[in-house]
Design a protein around this ligand. Sequence first.
Ligand code: GLU
Length: 452
Amino acid sequence: MAVSDHVNLEQFMAGVEKRNMGQTEFIQAVREVAQDIFDFIADKEEYHEAQILRRIAEPDRVVSFRVCWEDDNHNIRVQRGWRVQNNNAIGPYKGGIRFHPSVNESILKFLAFEQTFKNSLTGLPMGGGKGGSNFNPKGKSDSEVMRFCQSFMTELYRHIGPDTDVPAGDIGVGGREIGYMFGQYKRITNRWEGVLTGKAVEYGGSQMRPEATGYGAVYFLQNMLKHQGQDVEGRTTIISGSGNVATHAAEKIVELGGKVLTLSDSGGFIHDPDGIDQEKINWVKELKTERRGRISEYADHFTNATFHEGARPWRVEAELALPCATQNELNGDEARAMVKNGVIAVSEGANMPTTLEGVDVFHDAHIMYAPGKAANAGGVAVSGLEMSQNSERVSWHTERLGDLLQDIMKDIHEKSAEYGSDEDGGYVNYVKGANIAGFKKVADAMLAFGVV
Ligand code: GLU
């Protein structure tokens, strides 16, 4: 086929929309990648001939199943579970499990698609997948969560394995849930193997895994700033979220001499003009992982802090921003407010937190902007290292893992900057850079396999 006969971006997207009717998040994620890849492959006939983009936008498989469990009042509850195995060209499927009432097939397909490029960027041999359920862990007792996790794994176990698909945590799935699921997998299969990551260190987990996503997002931010001769020190920072990613991002910002002003949850955000220091971060960690409370309690506990119900932190004046909550939590208007307030850099700890319009605003204003697939890859990178340790039956020291994480984030920054720099080497489009660098490795592996 001659290059001139190729479909254009809009024709390609029309097909994606038709085949994935109403799956808005998935379509959004494919468009964001496709617009960069179209330019990149324009003169590369082998990718067109092999229909690589068309194939990469179609998950290898989507498994959907019923999850039945009994609540504390002996009511039988029915949830839906999924595992989306998007692409295993460069390694076993790898990606988290999300438990949240908003979970549906579109969200998991978008996350599995993004994960494929993210995992490729880490340089480690991991394909892309994602799973989850519309189960809402909020307000559930420990035993309810345990029964749900066991039931979920009773179906999931047949689709996963250390060389097949290795799930981990995500929103609503932390150490507690991983423990329940790993225990059930081991019980059903009678095998102790590295089938999940994000495990506690007592049973095969890796040092640095809890910190990795948040620290990694700050390391990426640091690399971007350094590229422009700047630094985190002394800079005000707005952060959304208050879970594992947000609290560890805050911790690293504080360690580097920055000042954290905000955190949030689904109820609203807190603004602490005195700065959220390490002691306050520890308090939030305890609030969220032990007492399982709401971020609004922060404002009752610390003087000068205010709680803003139902709002997001993006209009608070600051120089740096780390969206670490969830997808589409930062829109065009909020991005414009941030530009007006003088934000110089944004690094995404969450997956696709900025809408397509918001991304355009940052690019037009030439703000340093790192998409989640590059900036938050530190989490899955250390998961990859957890897999290596499990295979080798060893456990590495914190220091070694910390150094590896820093090296990996530096490398992802370099790759993204290489493919994302404009002709005169000025502004770096990290979205484009990450998309192309992530795509190339997966696409070249797929080419090597022929038509499969
Ligand atoms: N859920 C995380 C992510 O979005 C981590 C996945 C993993 O460790 O496999 O990358």
